[in-house]
Design a protein around this ligand. Structure first.
Ligand code: NOJ
Length: 559
């Protein structure tokens, strides 16, 4: 398999608003990030993926951009950005920018012009349609509730917004739009950034017949089913690759909602014509309810294994996987499929980490995951900040699909704000995140769970992540080895083997608090396998096949 730096890297995602506030306004900022670069260096990560820091009215926390070449006021200035980039590079840390080009903010000058009149030169930068029988052009729903079409009085037409109405979709059919985007990307590359994470990039090419979408139990058509992997998406990405990406030594990861294996083989093919890797979402969509995202049924371990293993084996040698449990759109995986109780939180966090970090692909750590941060105990709607949760709470309860209490329960389990509570730096007020009033509540468990305490304790979750990252640098087999799942139906243990040449790894992770039996595979039984890492001082697995609660142990066999 062809080697590459981005295959061997571990990436750390920063959601700047919630990372570290340097000026006491309650909102994280760029100088706050710069102040924590030594912490990230100590953790050992190679790359930071920075969620959007561009100028934005913040309808969707920066995913609504009003100027791609300027910095959001709350986060600082371009000088602060340049300093952060230089300081990161000084420490050997790369910076990957979030590229949000399926849509802009409605306050972007392109949209302001576009909506001003039907014959404006930028009219065709966005997707405008006449009403059909006095109504929306089709049944598409927005990912943030309601219709995906907004009627604009000024010209009597609808514009498309797959997300909030302050996030109008760009019209990628227009070559001028593509040129603007490619020029902007080039500007950032010339600045010296190291790559792009591409927001909902699988949605940029719309079927020009704009067909209705299936309802799938929702109030509006499930637009994701018709806009993902659209007719020209690969052509557009190849053009982007030729005009921009291929000219720089950068990495790219596409956020590809709705991606299938077949499509991923095109987006992230090792021929390098499009992107380096994709984010797929099958493993985090297993707990969908009958009306879409909202529910609180935990997925079964066997389902998770099935999905992860499919991606592991089918992309092997053809394309490249990204590996993630958490990001700013997902609740904390430790609370979702692990055990966040006081008794088991640390073991369970380490077991989840081991399970993911020993797979083939590039691992992503979401801020606070390395501390074993948990979901937050949101109780009332006014504690929430996320447009998706707030809109859904009202839409679903007003339509009588779920009660308000049910929606609050689902949001507590699945809402995006769970990932967005401030990083817990220490046990001082507001977890050391800010000296002001935080923009969103701090998880009250910060007095027990925080970076200061974990840095000082050798067996903390932090130090376990540090070790996992270091191992990946020492052993090619962790990056490149072939993956083979063991016991697919077992609902308690996730175990698999990796092989590279003569070397073999056995990865065994318990997902339960009971002691459980595990059948050591023949190729390891009675052999002189060495423990690479474990979340217990001693493992009994090779002696009697017994796994301790949430045990995770990895063995290596040289031949
Ligand atoms: C995906 C991003 O990750 C999410 O946070 C955002 O709300 C939507 N795309 C819209 O940009």
């Amino acid at each position: 398999m062809k080697k590459a730096w981005w295959k061997e890297s571990v990436i750390y995602q920063i959601y700047p608003r919630s990372f570290c506030d340097s000026n006491g306004d309650g909102i994280g900022d760029l100088n706050g990030i710069t102040s924590k670069l030594d912490y990230l260096k100590e953790l050992g990560i190679d790359v930071i993926w920075l969620s959007p820091v561009y100028k934005s009215p913040n309808d969707d926390n920066g995913y609504d951009i009003s100027d791609y070449q300027d910095i959001m006021d709350e986060f600082g200035t371009m000088e602060d950005y340049d300093r952060m980039l230089a300081e990161a590079h000084k420490r050997g840390i790369k910076i990957v920018m979030d590229l949000v080009v399926n849509h802009t903010s409605d306050e972007h000058r392109w949209f302001v012009e576009s909506r001003s009149s039907k014959d404006n030169a930028k009219r065709d930068y966005y997707i405008w349609k006449d009403p059909v029988d006095g109504k929306e052009p089709n049944n598409w729903g927005s990912c943030f509730s309601g219709s995906a079409w907004e009627f604009d009085e000024q010209t009597g037409m609808y514009y498309l917004h797959l997300f909030s109405k302050k996030q109008p979709d760009l019209n990628w059919e227009n070559p001028q739009v593509r040129k603007e985007v490619f020029d902007m990307m080039t500007w950032w590359c010339e600045k010296g950034i190291d790559g792009f994470r591409m927001d909902v990039i699988s949605m940029i090419s719309k079927d020009q017949s704009f067909p209705d979408a299936p309802l799938n139990g929702g109030l509006y058509g499930d637009s994701g089913k018709v806009v993902c992997n659209g007719p020209r998406v690969h052509e557009f990405l190849q053009e982007m690759n030729q005009k921009v990406l291929s000219k720089y030594d950068i990495m790219t990861v596409g956020e590809c909602a709705g991606v299938t294996i077949e499509e991923a083989k095109k987006y992230a093919n090792s021929d390098g014509k499009e992107l380096n890797m994709v984010f797929q979402f099958e493993h985090v969509d297993l707990d969908m309810g009958e009306h879409g995202k909202w529910g609180d049924q935990r997925p079964k371990l066997s389902q998770i294994k099935k999905v992860m293993s499919k991606w592991q084996t089918e992309l092997d040698e053809v394309a490249w996987n990204s590996l993630f449990w958490c990001n700013h759109d997902q609740p904390r995986m430790l609370s979702r499929i692990g055990n966040d109780s006081e008794e088991y939180r640390e073991r369970s966090a380490k077991s989840l980490a081991t399970c993911l970090h020993m797979m083939q692909g590039t691992p992503y750590i979401y801020q606070g995951e390395e501390l074993g941060m948990t979901n937050a105990p949101f109780e009332t709607i006014d504690q929430l900040r996320d447009i998706e949760s707030i809109n859904a709470y009202y839409e679903m309860s007003e339509a009588g699909i779920y009660t308000k209490e049910e929606m609050m329960r689902f949001i507590r389990y699945k809402g995006r704000d769970n990932a967005r509570t401030p990083v817990q730096w220490d046990d001082s007020e507001n977890a050391g995140f800010t000296t002001g009033t935080p923009w969103i509540m701090v998880n009250p468990n910060y007095r027990q769970i925080n970076a200061k305490e974990e840095l000082a304790r050798p067996d903390s979750v932090f130090h376990y992540y540090q070790k996992l990252i270091a191992l990946r640098k020492q052993y090619d087999i962790i990056v490149y080895g072939k993956y083979q799942l063991l016991d697919p139906e077992d609902e308690q243990v996730y175990a698999y083997i990796r092989t590279l040449g003569e070397e073999k790894l056995l990865v065994v992770c318990s997902f339960v608090k009971e002691e459980v039996k595990f059948d050591v595979p023949e190729m390891f039984a009675g052999k002189d396998a060495k423990v690479l890492i474990s979340n217990y001082e001693e493992s009994d697995v090779m002696k009697n096949g017994m796994l301790q609660p949430y045990e995770a142990t990895v063995w290596i066999l040289k031949n």
